[in-house]
Design a protein around this ligand. Structure first.
Ligand code: F3S
Length: 64
């Protein structure tokens, strides 16, 4: 699994980081970044929740 944040869409609301701090961090640029390249299965639920809750659909989960 790979996580991609579309930085053109992200508005920096921070919901992904709140929901899943193991995988997302809002950086100094005010935008979210995936902080783990290849998360293990134990983080799939968390990643899925962040993807669903992002208000602008900026998060994509690839290679499921
Ligand atoms: Fe950005 Fe969506 Fe996270 S707007 S900060 S990727 S919840």
């Amino acid at each position: 699994m790979r996580l991609v944040v579309d930085l053109d869409l992200c508005i920096g609301c921070g919901v992904c980081e709140q929901e899943c701090p193991e995988l997302f961090e809002v950086g100094d640029d005010g935008l979210a970044h995936a902080i783990v390249d290849d998360p293990g299965p134990e983080l799939f639920d968390c990643a899925g929740a962040a993807e669903e809750l992002c208000p602008v659909d900026a998060i994509s989960i690839l290679g499921e």
